[in-house]
Design a protein around this ligand. Structure first.
Ligand SMILES: Nc1nc2c(c(=O)[nH]1)N=C([C@H](O)[C@@H](O)CO)CN2
Length: 121
């Protein structure tokens, strides 16, 4: 058992309605998700069977489907709901999720929130 293992999803870009201003409710903007998910990978390493792994493709597809159909104001709310899905539906015990909204603020490379949920022990 190795509680320090992680499965990552990096740079998942999704177009959605997000923002607090009226003009933002009329358009789609890109958000980018970076996810670190605690997962003991030793079972999958032993069996070489996807059923023992945290399937990053399944997680990505679920998040794409959810985010594309969502319509929140704040990236904090979107991040929280994504974390809830990953923990609740995929059995991930702990995650760190960075929700970026590149291009939201002129002169910046990126703006983002980072949340950690669950327990690593
Ligand atoms: N902490 C946050 N600050 C701001 C957010 C947000 O989601 N979280 N959103 C906005 C606007 O929607 C902005 O992205 C428009 O450019 C402002 N501040």
């Amino acid at each position: 058992m190795s509680a320090k293992d992680l499965v990552l999803i990096e740079g998942l870009e999704i177009r959605t309605v997000i923002g607090i201003y009226d003009w933002e409710r009329e358009i789609r903007q890109t958000v980018r998700l970076d996810l670190e998910m605690a997962w003991d990978t030793s079972g999958a390493a032993e069996s070489d069977d996807i059923h023992d792994a945290l399937d990053y493709k399944s997680v990505s597809k679920r998040l794409i489907s959810f985010v594309e159909s969502s319509s929140f104001g704040l990236i904090e709310k979107l991040a929280e709901e994504c974390a809830r899905i990953v923990i609740g539906e995929f059995g991930v015990p702990w995650l760190r999720l960075k929700m970026s909204k590149p291009g939201a603020v002129r002169g910046t490379e990126n703006v983002a929130v980072v949340i950690e949920r669950g327990s690593r022990d």
